[in-house]
Design a protein around this ligand. Structure first.
Ligand code: ADP
Ligand code: MG
Length: 626
């Protein structure tokens, strides 16, 4: 259903679909239409022009009715082209799947054979096959299918190689499934979309090739009409009676054009990455559409997030991922942002530098001040100059953020040279210094390692070194230790802590782990469903959590040496951000919730440093000043 909707949104594809459906319907109905017989000659009526009495499209050089021949010919051409496409797709995909799945010698032998087929010029090969088998439509079909098999085999093999080593295939092997079953139930469903896409984009091409063979007299044999043979027979009368060529020519054009447009549409609509983001390319910076005038700057700290609102607009739905978030980071300070998965932490962090993918992301309100200017709505060039230079990011998975084919030293050098003109030897020196500063042993030789040659902890150090490359004022770290084990996590945290004390760099540290917050952060903001529900200094919040959510979140953390204690998981799940309740979003999961909580939005009561968004807080921490 969604697929059809997406397809319909693409107007060209829709047009192609309509034209193609009409052609297909007409050619299916051809046998029952009141047409003249297509093959009966009548030399008295040769070359009658279109719109003649009894012959709507005129007649050809033998006086045969062109309309009738056109419809019968279209029927044949479509059938042959489609059959060739299906045959090529089935055989080619089967070869590709087997080669890609078994790999090794099987793959080698099969693919070299396929390469041999590919080494012949395309049309020559088809001609050779028809010459060997003898002319005739069926042989033309076989030839066209055969020359297209390598295309499918190559494509599908490539996809299968990627899938054959995925975890779910290993899991199927562990579960004791045989090769046959794995091929059919695990691999095939994953490559079918690719096969469909490849088919939809090549079917038009195959109709053309079949027509080409018929045109040369190697396909359909007289008197049988297909579009190619009609063109071939009309060739001698091209100048004197052009309508005999124009009629089949237009039909071929319509068919191939509509199939290609529809095929492109199918490809776009089947690609899941395009589903949420309409059919457009992502922009270099997040779209900004502020309803109200932006807040005034310049802000107090090195980075100020003021009333930030970021949403995702997907179709008619609005996901309110970040609502009215305020954060201030002073130079050299570490501010923690904590919350369950899905609470809007990453989107907040990415909004700062306009890194939220657009579409579907839109910043609908607020401002982000840095160095006296508002980054929301700043020109792309301004953002680009700041990204990685004054404001750097560290992400959760360093293997995904490092370039797999580049030595880490070169990647560090690149991070510097994007923003500063520095000579080659100097770049290398700085890269090694950076590696040393994040305490990588033997930085001189490590600079020549590839990311896959390093451990997870080491890779994350490289990512940190990269963030430090241009001596940024702010580092935004989005769960940088979540993928690491506890000892490495502790090392990375103490490294970050040292760096901030030595260099005075401010850190916005995102995490879901209170233990990490306690170790590193000066202040904490707790997020829930896109809002800040509590903020204060780390000690204050750890000692006296005020929001029931914060308190419950802390009760989920096991403590060593505290003896056995029941861990209190928070019941329920965070709300979906496209259907936020009018009142407190945590109320449905809160043991203290009363009716008032759900009725109206709850304000953040704050005295500037300590704040809580709750009507019935666990502790009275904020003097309420009206
Ligand atoms: P986290 O706190 O775990 O980092 P995120 O900031 O990544 O959470 O996500 C916040 C919310 O935004 C989530 O509820 C998520 O469902 C929603 N969201 C993120 N990306 C998209 C998207 N492309 N389309 C729709 N919703 C999204
Ligand atoms: Mg996240």
């Amino acid at each position: 259903m969604q697929f059809l909707k997406l397809l319909a949104r693409n107007q060209l594809a829709l047009m192609g679909g309509i034209v193609l459906s009409l052609v297909v319907i007409v050619s299916v109905l051809t046998p029952v239409l009141p047409l003249l017989p297509p093959d009966v000659t009548n030399t008295a009526d040769r070359f009658m022009p279109p719109f003649s009495e009894g012959h709507l499209l005129g007649t050809d050089h033998l006086g045969r009715d062109l309309l009738s021949r056109l419809l019968w010919g279209t029927r044949l051409s479509l059938a042959v082209g489609f059959a060739a496409a299906v045959a090529a797709a089935v055989i080619g995909s089967a070869i590709g799947i087997v080669a890609g799945y078994f790999g090794g010698r099987t793959d080698n032998v099969i693919m070299r054979l396929v390469d041999m087929l590919m080494a012949f010029p395309y049309i020559l090969l088809a001609l050779a096959i028809v010459a060997a088998l003898g002319p005739g439509l069926l042989n033309a079909l076989i030839a066209v299918a055969a020359v297209n098999v390598p295309f499918f085999a190559r494509n599908i093999r490539g996809i299968t190689v990627g899938i054959a080593h995925k975890e779910f295939v290993d899991a199927a092997k562990l579960a004791g499934m045989g090769h046959g079953r794995i091929l059919v139930s695990e691999i095939l469903p994953n490559v079918v979309p690719v096969i469909v896409i490849a088919m939809s984009t090549t079917i038009g091409w195959m109709i053309l090739e079949t027509a080409g063979l018929s045109f040369l007299g190697l396909g359909s044999q007289p008197p049988q009409a297909d579009l190619g043979s009609m063109l071939g027979e009309a060739r001698s009368a091209l100048i004197t009676n052009p309508h005999t060529s124009v009629v089949p020519g237009i039909m071929i054009f319509l068919i191939v054009m509509s199939i290609n447009l529809l095929g492109d549409g199918v490809r776009d609509a089947l690609d899941p990455r395009l589903r949420s983001g309409a059919l457009t390319r992502p922009r270099p910076a997040t779209m900004v559409a502020r309803k109200d005038a932006p807040p005034n700057g310049p802000g107090r700290g090195v980075l100020d997030v003021v009333d930030l609102e970021t949403q995702f607009h997907v179709g008619k739905r609005v996901y309110r991922a970040v609502n009215q978030v305020n954060l201030t980071i002073a130079p050299g300070e570490c501010l923690g942002v904590i919350g369950e998965s899905g609470s809007g932490k990453s989107v907040t962090a990415l909004s700062v530098m306009g890194l939220v993918a657009s579409p579907p992301g839109v910043i609908t309100g607020g401002a982000v001040f840095h160095g006296g200017q508002d980054l929301v709505g700043a020109r792309y060039e301004t953002l680009r100059k700041l990204r990685g230079d004054k404001v750097a990011y560290i992400f959760q998975d360093p293997l995904a953020t490092l370039h797999p084919l580049m030595k880490v030293g070169d990647q560090l050098a690149e991070a510097i040279s994007v923003h500063h003109k520095v000579g080659r030897t100097e770049l290398r020196k700085r890269a090694i210094e950076l590696l040393r500063s994040v305490r990588i042993p033997n930085p001189e030789s490590r600079a020549d390692s590839y990311p896959h040659e390093m451990s997870g902890g080491m890779r994350q150090r490289v990512a940190i070194a990269m963030a430090l490359a241009n001596e940024p004022e702010v580092i935004i770290a989005d769960e940088p230790t979540t993928a690491l084990d506890v000892t490495v996590q502790a090392q990375v945290l103490s490294l970050l802590d040292d760096l901030r004390r030595e260099r005075g760099v401010a850190i916005l540290f995102i995490t879901h782990d209170f233990g990490v917050v306690a170790q590193l952060c000066d202040r904490v903001a707790v997020m829930y469903a896109g809002r800040i529900v509590e903020e204060g200094t780390t000690d204050e919040i750890l000692d006296r959590p005020a929001h029931p959510y914060t308190k419950r979140l802390m009760e989920c953390v096991p403590e060593l040496g505290e003896g056995r204690r029941e861990l209190a998981a928070i019941p329920g799940l965070p709300p979906a951000v496209d259907k936020l309740p009018p009142g407190c979003a945590f109320a449905p999961r809160c043991h203290k919730a009363r009716e008032e909580c759900q009725a109206a939005p709850v304000e953040l009561k704050t005295d500037g440093t300590r704040g809580v968004r709750c009507l019935f807080p666990e502790a009275d921490v904020v003097e309420v000043t009206a």
